[in-house]
Design a protein around this ligand. Structure first.
Ligand code: BDR
Ligand code: CA
Length: 313
């Protein structure tokens, strides 16, 4: 199995990503590392613990990380994410995070992998603060990381928090700059691709069809957004951005992408804006594969059928 760490700020679409990973025998989740983002650190940690308990995976360690971005003022998710997940949707748990910080956990796991001749994969689905701190703490760990699949950035699609930026990069552009320059192979899922797959009422019904606890909970969380905002996306439904990083590890052929040099603006009014150079105009070597297209139907099916199955009779 591919060994992964999920670095996350759950977050409703983060919940889908975590549950998809837990539903997938092709992946071994070494740990869930939590960062402040959509909601504060404490609520994000609670949500991670609730999700692991719900999926019957209390054995997977949860580690709390950064409660603030590196330099900029904190920007939280606006309306879409609902603090601590309501108990009637995701039941309460007594599971607690481990003592070791997320940053040390990431560094330790990468170091261990190096010493054993393995490499780990990181799925980064929140602001990149924890990963940047781990890479600053111990730059050599880059050798132990096979690749980082990042949900973040936007190029041709207007941003959703600011017109020029996607939330995860806007929330900590300096951390993004550190990760982009780390030398670790990156796979980027910008809004340009994540907004190509919209989940509709049919998908929510699919999640609930087997009456499994995870499928029911995710459908409940998704219903807490307004998923039928036609104005916003041009057709009914809503995106599940973060689960694309996991879907890619399971079925890479669902996606089309290309190599590019990518970077992020750090100063001025458009701080947090990502740029990409697919044609080599800048002379900079490619540091990422940027995903451009997804097979929408296959992605929706993968997410709904696998999560619906967790714990179903
Ligand atoms: C990203 O921002 C968050 O709101 C989501 O969880 C996702 O990681 C989408 O831009
Ligand atoms: Ca997220």
């Amino acid at each position: 199995a591919v060994e992964i760490i999920i670095d996350t700020d759950p977050g409703v679409d983060d919940a889908a990503a975590i549950l998809l990973a837990l539903a997938s025998p092709e992946l071994a989740v070494l740990g869930v590392t939590v960062v402040a983002g959509n909601v504060g650190l404490e609520a994000s940690v609670r949500n991670a613990c609730k999700l692991l308990t719900l999926a019957g995976r209390r054995d997977i360690p949860v580690h709390a990380g950064a409660s603030r971005p590196l330099l900029r003022d904190q920007v939280m998710g606006k309306y879409a994410h609902i603090g601590v997940f309501p108990d009637q949707i995701v039941p309460p748990t007594d599971l607690l995070p481990r003592q070791v910080s997320a940053i040390s956990f990431i560094a330790d796991q990468a170091r261990l992998a190096i010493s054993e001749g393995r490499r780990i994969t990181i799925c980064a689905i929140g602001p990149l603060t924890n990963i940047a701190l781990a890479l600053r703490l111990d730059p050599d760990i880059a050798q132990g990381i096979d690749r980082i699949a990042i949900m973040g950035g936007t190029f041709a699609t207007p941003g959703h928090r600011m017109p020029w930026s996607e939330y995860n990069i806007l929330a900590d552009p300096h951390a993004a700059a550190i990760v982009f320059a780390s030398g670790v192979p990156l796979i980027l899922f910008p809004l340009d691709v994540t907004l190509q797959a919209l989940f509709t009422q049919t998908d929510l019904a699919e999640l609930e069809a087997a009456n499994g606890p995870a499928g029911r909970a995710l459908a409940g969380l998704l219903r807490s957004f307004d998923r039928s905002d036609i104005q916003r996306y041009g057709r009914p439904g809503g995106p599940i951005h973060d689960a694309m990083t996991i879907a890619f590890l399971l079925q890479p052929r669902l996606f089309t992408g290309s190599d590019a040099a990518i970077g992020v603006t750090l100063c001025g009014p458009t701080a947090g804006q990502t740029w990409m150079d697919p044609y080599g105009k800048s002379g900079l070597p490619p540091n990422a594969v940027v995903m451009r297209e997804v097979d929408e139907a296959a992605y929706r099916r993968l997410v709904t059928t696998r999560i619906a199955r967790i714990g179903a009779a």
